[in-house]
Design a binder for this molecule. Structure first.
Ligand SMILES: NC(=O)c1ccc[n+]([C@@H]2O[C@H](COP(=O)([O-])OP(=O)(O)OC[C@H]3O[C@@H](n4cnc5c(N)ncnc54)[C@H](OP(=O)(O)O)[C@@H]3O)[C@@H](O)[C@H]2O)c1
Length: 258
């Protein structure tokens, strides 16, 4: 098995949901965690303390609003001061609420501002975060980058046009990054999740309907859990995935085909 101990993961949005499950999975395996929060400072500091004492790793939370893309550079500089290396970067955080007005909704109600915000949060955040991470990974001989995508770019989901198109875009961007970062021994992949029961899904106006439909469609008769995604992201960062780059792994409990 890969030796992950002592390596460092940088992940955006790890206070809850999928990001939290991913960070915890890496922490359980001895990986140090530099993660970001947006609004939940207390929760973030609590998680850092919990992971440090439970798993004997170093963990630290940093503030970041992914809509402010010029903040990625200072974020990584702050991480440089606290951690000796960067091996993995997971672009996970996503915006919701007011920032997605005009982006989350029916096609005829879409507006450039909301759509642009989702592009910034999905594609630009992946690009600038990966650029900063790649510079550090190069110094340690390589690394692995994973972006979160969703199956809403493969199948129709009510009100999801803005997010779905940007998830398709970030998958394409990750393939371009994979080709160009390969010479630094950096692998780049996407994990495309089917509906996972998190606060982001609960923010859907038709949450109960989506949940019931997911259970019905799933070959496994249940909705996805954050931990279901964490395993795939972790695998992509291990040496077991050493020949996997430029790919999207769909982790959907069989919901997309049905
Ligand atoms: N849930 C699903 O069904 C599903 C399926 C497929 C893919 N995904 C993708 O998985 C990723 C995580 O989703 P999730 O469901 O786990 O979401 P979530 O539970 O709502 O968590 C969102 C995270 O993003 C942070 N965040 C919110 N606004 C931010 C901003 N403006 N700048 C920086 N960080 C911000 C939050 O931090 P604070 O708590 O500090 O505000 C939180 O840590 C997203 O990329 C999403 O598209 C989700």
């Amino acid at each position: 098995m890969s030796n992950m101990k002592g390596k460092t993961l940088v992940i955006t949005g790890a206070t809850k949901g999928i990001g939290k499950a991913i960070a915890e999975k890496f922490a359980q395996n001895g990986v140090n965690i530099a993660f970001t929060y947006n609004s939940n400072l207390e929760v973030a500091n609590g998680l850092a303390a919990e992971w440090e004492s439970r798993y004997g790793i170093k963990a630290k939370a940093y503030p970041l609003n992914i809509l402010e893309t010029d903040k990625f550079k200072p974020l990584f500089e702050a991480i440089d001061a606290d951690f000796d290396r960067v091996d993995f970067f997971v672009s996970n955080a996503m915006i919701y609420g007011r920032a997605v007005v005009g982006g989350y909704g029916k096609f005829m109600r879409l507006k450039p501002k909301g759509l642009n915000n989702i592009y910034t949060a999905t594609v630009n955040a992946f690009v600038v975060g990966s650029q900063e991470a790649a510079k550090r990974m190069e110094k340690v001989g390589g690394g692995s980058i994973v972006t979160m995508s969703s199956t809403g770019n493969l199948i129709y989901i009510d009100n999801y046009a803005g997010h779905g198109t940007n998830k398709a875009a970030v998958e394409a961007m990750s393939r371009y990054a994979a080709v160009e970062l390969g010479e630094m021994n950096i692998r780049v992949n996407a994990v495309s999740g089917g509906p996972i029961d998190t606060d982001a899904l609960k923010a859907f106006v038709n949450y109960e309907e989506v949940k019931a439909e997911t259970v019905k469609r799933s070959a496994l008769n249940r909705i996805g859990r954050p931990e279901d995604i964490a395993g795939a992201v972790y695998f992509l960062c291990t040496d077991e995935a050493s020949w996997i780059t430029g790919q999207t792994i769909v982790v959907d409990g069989g919901t997309t085909f049905r």
